[in-house]
Design a protein around this ligand. Structure first.
Ligand SMILES: [Zn+2]
Length: 164
């Protein structure tokens, strides 16, 4: 999986440049669009006329991840105003455009990397639903997919933490 930093320009609606002082959650989202690759979701954030207060730190699909907002800044993604969802959490948008399973897998790898880097535990990953009861990430909220996905994250964390 390719990882690139392609920061969106500062703006009150998308990148308010508020310092993310004490991050302690990783919030997971998924998109709905069949056309929404990571690149397209990034481009949508900077599209003229898109003035919604909505953005993500990282968007990921079946081939790549794009960091849209620096991980040291607040992004508006949780729908809870100045609550902990926005003010204390990083966000990943899973883009379901092409190979959903692969996107799901890449997101698990990415989440594991963030947790290990920050020395966080699996309990610090939450669904968007946790903050404002939105049905998101819908891709993982059906059946028992969320538990299966968390298992993948835990496995990936163990791989990363293996002593050589
Ligand atoms: Zn969401």
């Amino acid at each position: 999986m390719e990882y690139k930093k392609q920061y969106i320009p500062p703006s009150p609606q998308k990148r308010p440049q508020i310092k993310l002082l004490y991050p302690k959650y990783l919030t997971i989202h998924s998109n709905e669009s069949e056309q929404g690759t990571a690149q397209k979701e990034h481009d949508f954030l900077v599209k003229k006329g898109n003035n919604k207060m909505f953005s993500f730190h990282i968007v990921v699909d079946d081939t790549m991840a794009i960091e849209c907002v620096p991980l040291t800044e607040v992004a508006w993604h949780a729908g809870d105003g100045r609550g902990d969802g926005n003010m204390k959490s990083l966000s990943i948008l899973i883009c379901q455009a092409k190979d959903k399973k692969k996107a799901w897998r890449n997101a698990a790898i990415l989440a594991a990397q963030i947790l290990v880097a920050k020395n966080w535990s699996i309990e610090q990953i939450v669904q968007h639903y946790y903050w404002n009861r939105k049905d998101c990430p819908s891709i993982l909220r059906e059946e028992n997919k969320w538990e299966l996905w968390l298992d993948e994250v835990v496995k990936e964390m163990a791989n990363l933490q293996k002593i050589p």
